[in-house]
Design a protein around this ligand. Sequence first.
Ligand SMILES: [Zn+2]
Length: 263
Amino acid sequence: MTLFTICVAISVCALRLAAAQQAPASAGPPDPQLIDELVAANRILADQSVLDGWGHVSVRHNRDSNRYLLSRSLAPELVSADDIMEFDLDSNPVDRRGRSLYTERYIHGEIYKARPDVIAIVHTHAPALIPFGISNVPLKPVYHRSAFVSAGVPVFEIRERAGMTDMLIRDRALGRALADALGDHPAALMRGHGAVIVGPSIQRVVGRSIFLPLNASLQMQAAALGTAVTYLDPEEARKIEAREGYGLGRAWEAWKRKAMAKP
Ligand SMILES: [Zn+2]
């Protein structure tokens, strides 16, 4: 075999590999109910002011744990079923068709890789969380609906991993760094940026995403009163988490009806 032939063979392989990486195989059509739930999650989180023009929510594909579903780049309150796209865990779209993608989709792929227990992920810029990412005051559970905070909410300092950036999770390496900071916690704050929240279902992650900023606001208000604050005891949090999900379906239906009624 000549050197030229070897070079051509290597180039063809590289091109095929690149093409394969750009367009991973589909896991097949997702459960339509899962799509409905993901659309509702987008609308609910916008309606509840957890997501504004930015931020996103994803879910693992029901047919393949190595694929996830996420909207094309769109404000969450405008998302409908046709906007949902499939990605592999390197955050390559299966069928891009010229659609623009969320820059920070690597948050989702890298956390799904690192956390097999996670089924759904929210990335939010909720302002109430920012003070706890830029100060030395840790978020602590002050409210029974946010007992999951008892597991700890670490802060991701992007400078430690990447120096000076524009703060966005723009590639897989930064996504992996964020997943490392998250560890086995239910949420992590992103200094000066927002947070990532994970859960074992769409409904659970939506609930956590609503109650995390609320916990932050309540903790700030309690601290402003100037006296000692009584946080949830870890044992109280454990008992609440043991029955977590109780009543969530009821709240979900109400949140969904209100959010989906908007034009
Ligand atoms: Zn962001």
